[in-house]
Design a protein around this ligand. Structure first.
Ligand code: BES
Ligand code: ZN
Ligand code: ZN
Length: 469
């Protein structure tokens, strides 16, 4: 669907469906109140009613908050897919513009790459009507960029593991770099060996696809801050020799969601032309089984030099991130380092599947990120570190163990494992985002449809925008 911001007076109403927001209060005074109530429409949040005779679509909202407007627009975007109108129009102002754009773009998202019969889309245009196009143009373009970057991330995550393997992800990163004038470096297996990324390489050893470390950089002239983003890019996580049960393995193509989020964020930031330097580091690896697979009982020497006892090959993300975080810290002296990873099932147990878990030492930074996440419409919560949980990673034979020796607090112990690879000078600069629950869904919620959600993109883009301001 083509989205345009237009002056209200230029709207052609012929074959156009007009969307109207109604609160319960407004419904009492609405022109068509009796008909609406007869149809059972009570203006409750996310309820909709279409009066085709009048070409009007009413949608219920609790209030005019951004979250509620975004959510109902997503419902509308889905409902109108089968409607036979030429266009749809919604009145917008500076307050609701972003929510309406995100609701329609993200709620109307479909991933049809593997469908052989294309769906016919009848509604060609979505007109956002306003009084002063000039005043809203920047905000409109910015909302479109962020929403499309989120869809870009979703497309990548939704792509099957056989199509999107580590070399394929490197190719996509190179293409993005070319399109958006970013610097791009891809480390081959040979170069990764030279860099002593032994933990990362061990995870990918049984795969038929070579592991890659991808580094993209966006360097504007007047950068106010330097940000390093690190993404877990497990293009497939079978669990390795500590093989996942059949039902848990399904959806593990999403284990690259951290990497895809990081690519989506750098895409958004470079298109928004923000005054922040952003580096995206991705560890692209496939965790498979075979005669060459790394094993429980192995001891790996990480790039940092610390030895890691492997007791479970399914706790592979942290091994990959250990090396990528170390590499990123050596290559770029950043003001902030943020890693995104579908790291633990335990994060979902702790917070539910809708919420991103945020971990790190800097309370103030966590607070600011959480504010940006709320503003952007993503759910997040802080999971606190403590010294007792850290002891659970002790190994009898190596410097650290890749799993905890107790079954509780698994999201935090995974975060603490990563913390072991953060240099002292960066402790306060680093945050870890566990998006295991929030990155993927098999039942729609809010602006999310089946599959990848693009978790992290809107939240981090908002945070980086606020730095600029
Ligand atoms: N990729 C998984 C985590 C995950 C689970 C993401 C479910 C999304 C949905 C990760 O590599 C993993 O398998 N973690 C293990 C860690 C355990 C072995 C300590 C887990 O969560 O069970
Ligand atoms: Zn795993
Ligand atoms: Zn994993």
């Amino acid at each position: 669907m083509n989205i345009q911001l237009i002056d209200k007076k230029f709207l052609t109403t012929k074959n156009n469906l007009t969307v109207k927001f109604l609160t319960k209060e407004k419904l009492q005074k609405a022109k068509f109140r009796k008909t609406l109530q007869k149809a059972g429409f009570d203006a409750s949040q996310d309820s909709i009613f279409t009066m085709h005779g009048k070409s009007l679509l009413f949608c219920g909202i609790e209030d005019y908050s951004t979250d509620n407007l975004r959510s109902v627009c997503a419902v509308v975007a889905k409902a109108i897919k089968s409607f036979d109108y030429k266009s749809v129009s919604v009145d917008v102002d500076e307050k609701n513009l972003k929510a309406v754009v995100e609701g329609f773009v993200l709620g109307g998202y479909e991933f049809n790459e593997y469908k052989t019969k294309p769906k016919k889309k009848k509604i060609k245009n979505l007109y956002l009507t306003c009084r002063d196009v000039k005043a809203l143009q920047n905000e409109f373009e910015s909302a479109i960029i962020t929403a499309e970057a989120t869809c870009f991330t979703r497309d990548l995550v939704n792509t099957t593991p056989d199509d999107l393997n580590p070399p394929a992800l490197a190719k996509i990163a190179k293409k993005l770099a070319k399109q958006n004038s970013l610097e791009c470096k891809v480390l081959s297996k040979k170069e990764l060996k030279k860099e002593k990324c032994n933990a990362l390489l061990a995870v990918g050893r049984a795969s038929r696809h070579d592991s890659k470390l991808i580094h993209l950089a966006y360097k504007p002239k007047n950068a106010k801050k330097i940000i390093s983003l690190v993404g877990k890019g497990l293009t497939y996580d079978s669990g390795g020799l500590s093989l996942k049960p059949a039902t848990s393995m399904v959806t593990m193509k999403m284990d690259k969601a951290g990497a895809c989020a990081v690519l989506g964020i750098i895409k958004a930031v470079s298109e928004l032309k923000l005054d922040v330097e952003v580096h995206a580091f991705v560890g692209a690896v496939e965790n498979m089984i075979g005669g060459d697979a790394y094993k429980p009982d192995d001891v790996l020497t990480s790039r940092k030099g610390d030895t890691i006892e492997v007791r479970n090959t399914d706790a592979e993300g942290r091994l990959v991130l250990a090396d990528v975080l170390d590499y990123a810290q050596d290559k770029v002296k950043a003001d902030y380092i943020f890693d995104f990873a579908t790291l633990t099932g335990a994060c979902m147990v702790a917070l539910g599947q809708y919420t991103t878990g945020i971990m790190g030492h800097n309370g103030n930074l966590k607070h600011n990120i959480r504010r940006a996440s709320g503003k952007a419409g993503e759910l997040s919560a802080s999971l606190p570190f403590n010294k007792h949980l850290k002891k659970q990673l002790k190994s009898d034979i190596a410097d650290i163990c890749n799993i905890s020796n107790k079954p509780y607090g698994g999201a935090i112990t995974a975060g603490l494992f990563l913390d072991n690879f953060i240099k002292d000078e960066n402790k306060e600069r680093w945050l870890h985002f566990d998006i295991a629950g929030s990155a993927y869904t098999e039942s729609p919620w809010d602006v999310n449809v089946y599959g990848a959600t693009g978790a992290g993109v809107r939240m981090m883009t908002q945070f980086l925008k606020d730095i600029k301001e």
